[in-house]
Design a protein around this ligand. Sequence first.
Ligand SMILES: C[C@H](O)[C@H](O)[C@H]1CNC2=NC(N)=NC(=O)C2=N1
Length: 109
Amino acid sequence: MSTHQETTLQAFDDNAAQTAFAAHPDWTLNLEKGCARRLFQFEDFAQAFGFMAQMAVVSEAMNHHPEWFNVYNRVDITLTTHDAGGLSPRDKDWAERADKVYAAMRTGA
Ligand SMILES: C[C@H](O)[C@H](O)[C@H]1CNC2=NC(N)=NC(=O)C2=N1
């Protein structure tokens, strides 16, 4: 079953991508490659994996999946929308959720 909205699949143009990610300054945009990248650092592997577990559930719900690389306490994440050939609103939404989960883990909220 697919519940995602096809209307969000169109890629941003460069200005729209910059505007969309303006509220998420920890993400570095690569407009040539059409992706956004952020390195998350945690206290240890358990925290890093806990973050990944939470974002795996989010990813399934959104039908939008990250390219990520984990070594011990670091999770290096690249977002792009393969179906749109670049950054789309789904990447912005995913980044927003990741930033919130990360902030909550750091404050213990
Ligand atoms: C068939 C499936 O719905 C698609 O391939 C989805 C799955 N997850 C996805 N994740 C990402 N990051 N980009 C996509 O285009 C994408 N497409």
